[in-house]
Write a new protein. Sequence first.
Length: 308
Amino acid sequence: MKSIISLSILIFTLNASGSEIDSFLKREFPLTDSRKAINNKTRQLFAEAIERANSKDKGCSEKYLYKSLRKNFRNHVFGKLTPWIIATNEIERNEGHVRDTIYGDFKWYEAPIIGFLSKAFSDSTGHNINFGNYYIGTDKFEHFLGTGFNYFNKKYRKNWSTEKVLNIGVKAEFGFMGALTTGVISYADQVANFNGMRFWNHVLSNNPDILGEEFGPYVVCSDNKWEVAKPIDWLNYVDHAWDEGINCSKFRTKRLLKSVKKRLANYQEKTGLEMTCPLDATKLETAKSKYTEFVDVLINEQGHQSVK
């Protein structure tokens, strides 16, 4: 019984901790832009959350506003938007089993989630979509909405320094939620976290945007009730730094790195496409220019590397 419980906890951890993305697999197959579908669903769920917050008869309570929004906008386990993006037929996705990805040769003792749990029980490999002609993983939405809210809460409600806030993501990527269990350190995940912090701040725009781009407020108080002030467009936040084929990941060991490069060489031979990371150095430079002050944490300028 204890073994069954332990295994169940491990599998839940797999599901709750999100997924790794192979931004190279099936990249040669074009996808329809999902921007309209995702924006429309986001706006629908946003309006639903505002209506629910107002139904509590608490006036313009920020506590109830954020609580209501979080019911719809969280991660792929708790929330509505991210599970919809993963499952809906309204969006085209490039999908593949972990065995077919760049992580296919990871061993169970090197990366327990990818090397064992994903292959034996529940595949944690995320899907890739086209959003506004950016090629991004579906996992980025849960980073944006989930960890992004944690960043927002720490920085703007608890007055943490930006450096301390960003270190949450660094520790996660190098720790149990990243390198220790998957073997992967994703810089693109950290970019999504950072932009999620910006989004949650833009909901009411009580604080200046950290990059000086004011897209909010999305909600205002009128006659003691919350009202939607402007529509949300994810394109204000998505960019090439979300793409793990541009903003390259690093790997925990040299052997993991070697296995990824071997898989990429096979992709290149099969497709005839250049498969080295970054796929486009110009797009990486564009991303760097946006995040100048935070490049060291958010952008990998070195391509695929191992950390030891």
